[in-house]
Design a protein around this ligand. Sequence first.
Ligand code: FAD
Length: 403
Amino acid sequence: MHDTFAPTLAAARARIANVQPEAYARTHNALGGAVSGLSPYITHGYVSLAQVLAGVAARHDLGMRHKFIYELGWRAYFRHVWQHRGADIVRSLHQGPLPDEAYARELPADIREGCTGVPVVDQAVRALYATGMLHNHARMWLASYIVHVRKLHWRIAADWLYGHLLDGDLASNHLSWQWVAGTASSKPYLFNADNVARYAPASWHSPGSVIDTSYETLDRIARESLPQRPCGREATLASRPQIEPGLGTQPPEALGLTAPDARAVAGRDVWLVHPWSLGELPAALPADTVVVGIFVADFHHAWPWSERRWHFAGSRMAELAAHRWYGDATAIRDAWKAAHTVRSIHDPHLAPWLARWARCEAAPALFPEIDRRCDSFSQWWARASHGLESAADLLAADRVRAR
Ligand SMILES: Cc1cc2nc3c(=O)[nH]c(=O)nc-3n(C[C@H](O)[C@H](O)[C@H](O)COP(=O)(O)OP(=O)(O)OC[C@H]3O[C@@H](n4cnc5c(N)ncnc54)[C@H](O)[C@@H]3O)c2cc1C
């Protein structure tokens, strides 16, 4: 896993060029495996799934069943669920092993501070705070421990994780938590110390802790409403309390955002850039178009971000947009009234507002849109990959749809 995520298109492209599909397929479940580290760039629209796959397929032959395409598919599947379920994705889709009321609503301090004494949990929290990223397996372990061992409601913990991630995405994050919790899947995701020992470095191994047990015992724990106490091992270096980075509803001053200003757009054609559309500007944009970047305060009041994430989105926006605003939806709407036209790219994070403000193009896709709601990844995958043999087929079909 790369430690730094430069807020540039060049960094995203370098990561695409570095994807090694053969090593990925063999090692991606391991914490030191050949994963791409592309999700912050995909989440913020620096690059689309189609651009990622096209870059990889230009260097390597990939069959449709390749693990890398399959994982891109998970992202697209979660978007499919969001499209069909809307705001319901942040509520339990069905009951998990216990009713919602059985779970606590406050994240315990020892988890928040990464000092539970269970090394796999404490290392995950430490890595999250230090980098804003976490390997998929570490996310699954952390989520499973929090929900099934400590009995915290998945939604509370999902909101906490979302705030700290550079790639925080309401569909991928909240639906993954539901998948682990068993509220969007047929059974809870459980893991034990042997699983950690297989996929993580030694400092994460957790022998003698609450998760050093059989899957039968873990399943019983998941179905009992009493939380397990923290294991009480003596705090090791790894489990000294971590200072949780602050989460902010407002951008850091250094990003130079201003209040919405109608004068900047009066009588002009506007291309609206937002934090989920930070890719290249459209090639056909007329030269006199004014590019305006926006952060909608109403969204950030509900979903605060770490300073690292504000910089990741705000720095790239500064490369694209001469004017960059932070304001509430009413002030932004009022500013657009002065503009001649406003165009943008759709994203569901801004669904309550964007379509009312701008003529929106669909975000670039890769997989075909499936009209009928699929309640499992396998149902969706069967339809989305139907008749396709390779990455080249998938990309060609996508190009035809985009015409
Ligand atoms: C509890 C939990 C929370 C998560 N929250 C998020 C989130 O907020 N945002 C997010 O993008 N992903 C989330 N994921 C999915 C996954 O962990 C990350 O996408 C992945 O770890 C990103 O690392 P990478 O770019 O190196 O992935 P790679 O393994 O290199 O995969 C390439 C790309 O495929 C997509 N992808 C891979 N695995 C998954 C997956 N399981 N689900 C969805 N997309 C996937 C991502 O876009 C990723 O960048 C979450 C998973 C769990 C279990």
